[in-house]
Design a protein. Sequence first.
Length: 797
Amino acid sequence: MPICPALLNHPTTEYLMAMGLMDQFKAQRGFITYDFETLSDQVMKEITDQTILLSQLSKLLIASTEVYPNRDKSYELVNRCYTLFDELSENYQEQLENYGLPSNSSFVHLWLAQTFESAEQIYQCIKYDDENIPFDKCVKALGWNSSRFDIALLSDALDCELWTMGVPIRDLNNTKSITVTHKKSHMKLQFIDTENLFGPMILKACVKDYGDKSEHKDVFLYEIINSKNWNEVLMKTDPFEYEDFKSQLKEGYSITKDEYDQYLIDFKRFTKRLEYLKYYNINDTEIMVKPLMNLIDTFEQFNIDVLHYISIASCAYATKHYSTYFPSKFNLESNKQTYYSDFDITADYSNPNPKAKPFELTAGYWKNKCYHYKQQDYKAGRETEKNVTADDYDYYKRLFETSVCSICNAKFTYDNPPSLDRQDNELPHTKANCLPTCVTCNIAHANRDPKIASLHIKMRQYAIKHNLPMTISDERVYKLLRECITGGLAAVFLRENIAGKTHINELTYDEQQNKVISQDNENVVTHIFALDGNSLYPSSYSSVKNENIPYTDHRMYMAGRSKFYSENPYVIKNCIDQRKEIFVAKVKSYFPKSEYNNLLALPLIFRNIEIENKEEVIGEYMYSQAQKHSLPMSKKDRKLTTLVDTNGQFMVFNNYYLWLLIDLGFVITDYKAIAVFEKNAAYEPFVRTMMNLWIQSILSGSSKEKFYRLIINASYGYDTLNTEKFGKIKMLDKAGTFIAQYHPKHIGTRRISANTFAVQIKPKTATYFTSIQSGVFTLDNAKYWYLNYIQVHVQMS
Ligand SMILES: [Zn+2]
């Protein structure tokens, strides 16, 4: 499968692309922002012998801003605010009845009921006029830093007679997104944390850099207001005293004296404390609009719909892979480069790999196929008497050699094996009912609109033609790649150094005694030199030509689709020695002892090893501490460390990292496996564009700088994302939850409402739709850059 989530996991874009209507593409510009204000009740809780001050939060107010886009880039805003005071109002029951809500509903239910009605109107503004264009009936509700806090406050209102809550995305404690569906209108509200879109930054900074100059007041956490006195305290007409801003949780005041003076001036505009609170909460939801619009515009120029994604990482990941199909869209005026031509739905991409070996049908392969076709037909209740049989071998051998795919006109090769496609779906696999097609065309064709099927087929051919990454279908290759993933560089070096104080430490190896001696010398550290491994990621996956890379045409190519896998030591050794193919290889190896004194300052192998918690391994101090606190010591840990040999284990390296090690004296003793990949430089346009935007923002002194850096770095993270870990979340009732908790694959449970539980279960099968090969190459290429820099530029100077 080709990897392009921006097209293939997005029905609207997929449709527009397949029908040749991409000029109609528009990003969602209608949404809702919301914010909660809470009451905090302080409770003293006794946990073992310690007393802990906890703050229990309950809902006081919810404010929101609804954004209705116009046909041009302008939009209309509607503000709303519901509070606990509404529940006291005389016509509260009447208000509930207007929305068909039960009489015990809270003001948050009321807000949701109104928000569903507003979402319906926003949807009318954002959907396409052409009814055939699929467009999810879903409007996004965005809260600032809401994933833990606001979602928890909302959760008991998310399930009721009128609407129902879907499965939360990501794990149970940190909800990335949650969707609520209206039972009657089927309108969906998807709650997302805005922080996931901007990266970790405070609202103030975000508004300053992305928005206009609308003012933001930090939300005051009035610890003085609690569930007993809120009515009395907020109805007062005089401003709060400075003492009221004293915070026990923050151990001080939540605002400065100057900010308090400003508060007194602001307060004059309001008649009650409640009015002031309402005004600033509404304002806090409104000021999120500009930054979001800004973000939507940034990505719309690349045909990416930001609000389709729940985090900037997933958006960046989709954008990066989209760029490999449309490099010219990512070619900024300032640095026009020549790349391969864009994907074109009207172009003919058949036979993308002219070097592929023609397919030759063997009797065994054919017999096996016939057996499976018969099984398929039998299971579907189709008559199998006239089915193709092993006797038709000669006929089909010739047919596959002389004919082409009936769908895409491709020749059949070992890369692209044939299959029989039934023309009438009611009839079995007979000679008369079948035409030869590629296996992949056959799959793409199944139950799909022919134009969508054609898009999938052409994208696959395009991916083959340009050696783009495709999903790994060989489990052995997948496992090898998985093994190659270690943590980043930062985790390895955590030694404390103080400039002007710490003496330089030297390690020397005594070969005769087989001991390492650690000694501080008389020189004192004058400069702390930090190398941020993360900032290497752009160079690690950009494949830009650089004279510091002596291998493969002075580029570090990225891995495309899998080419072959082998466990033959001769084949593995040959690939390593010839330095032509790019690969990951699993080997045992070491640096000779004579090299140790050159290597001890920076051992070159950055890998995880299994560590036993023994005194001689972790040292006397750590060992005694662990014993003192009776920590479990029998467990083996996998730790990221730096080594001078592979510790007697087989370890996996990518070709660039391995070649550098070999050039520095690495000796391979044993060969286990190799996975070879096609080469590409497909991420170059993406990296150049984002680097350009990044540099522009640095020059203008904007903190958008952090945002672009985040896009460049986060886009790779999704490639290595281990989806196996996340598991499935099911919504169950009490009885179902009781049973599920005894299931061996049960991971966790969280109560959502009175009779609804979210139960997390380890999935039986996992599908990998990410480009794990790209992730692995990014990580190991970064190690190449880091070590090459130190070896060549620091140690030699
Ligand atoms: Zn085909």
